[in-house]
Design a protein around this ligand. Structure first.
Ligand SMILES: Nc1ncnc2c1ncn2[C@@H]1O[C@H](COP(=O)(O)OP(=O)(O)OP(=O)(O)O)[C@@H](O)[C@H]1O
Ligand SMILES: [Mg+2]
Length: 205
């Protein structure tokens, strides 16, 4: 079952002589439970693609069909537990205390439930974002450089967590990364270059 279908997606920034075609007729789809890494040189269109998939920006042409959720920033005035529960509160749905404790345990922050983001390390903050992505059992998790400014130990923890969600709950995972070690853990690696798909390779298990 495809949870993401991208069809001839094109994005041009600006008009006339100075316009930049950041994405040029990109098409691919992802099945439920798949882990895909997007790699490519700086400026190749990775973040543009992610922003279109996440609905942050509009395409110039083409379409995105998605069933999903995104990892987004923490609210500084909310505690760890509140930040994780936020999607449910925004949906006016009852928080489920058992689910919250199980997620806090999974991300290793049971002892930090009442801390504010400013009282957590960078890696812990990112784990809270992952926890929030997991609270609604989203079909889809999008992450643009989820380990961007973390040291290698914290990066490994984030990726292990995302992989756990991917394997255990069959969550679909689309990750942009510059880190080859992360990309090599994916089921598929899509390489972008100048706004186009240069290769789309299925990795061996
Ligand atoms: N708002 C914008 N206005 C004009 N051009 C833009 C804008 N955003 C991105 N671009 C251009 O679109 C192209 C793709 O940018 P994008 O941010 O998608 O690259 P990227 O692959 O994410 O790069 P990086 O690895 O450095 O994050 C680049 O040439 C960039 O300069
Ligand atoms: Mg980028």
């Amino acid at each position: 079952m495809a949870v993401l279908e991208i069809n001839s997606l094109t994005k041009t920034y600006g008009k006339g002589d100075t316009s930049v075609t950041a994405l040029d007729h990109v098409s691919f789809s992802m099945n439920k439970g798949e882990f895909v890494a997007i790699i490519g040189a700086s400026g190749s269109g990775k973040s543009t693609l992610m922003n279109l998939i996440g609905g942050i920006d509009h395409s110039t042409s083409g379409s995105v069909k998605i069933d999903g959720n995104e990892i987004y920033n923490l609210i500084p005035t909310l505690t760890t537990a509140e930040n994780i529960m936020l999607p449910r509160l925004l949906d006016h749905r009852k928080p489920d205390p058992d689910k919250l404790s199980s997620i806090l345990e999974t991300i290793g922050l049971s002892e930090r439930a009442t801390h504010l983001p400013s009282e957590l390390s960078g890696g812990q903050q990112q784990r809270v974002s992952v926890g929030r992505a997991l609270i609604n059992d989203p079909a889809f998790i999008l992450a643009d450089e989820p380990t961007g400014n973390l040291d290698s130990k914290a990066s490994r923890e984030i990726i292990d967590l995302l992989r756990l969600a991917n394997k255990r709950s069959n969550q679909t995972l689309l990750v942009i990364t510059h880190d080859e070690k992360i990309a090599l853990q994916a089921d598929r690696i899509i390489t972008l270059g100048d706004g186009q798909i240069l290769s789309d390779e299925v990795m061996k298990a």
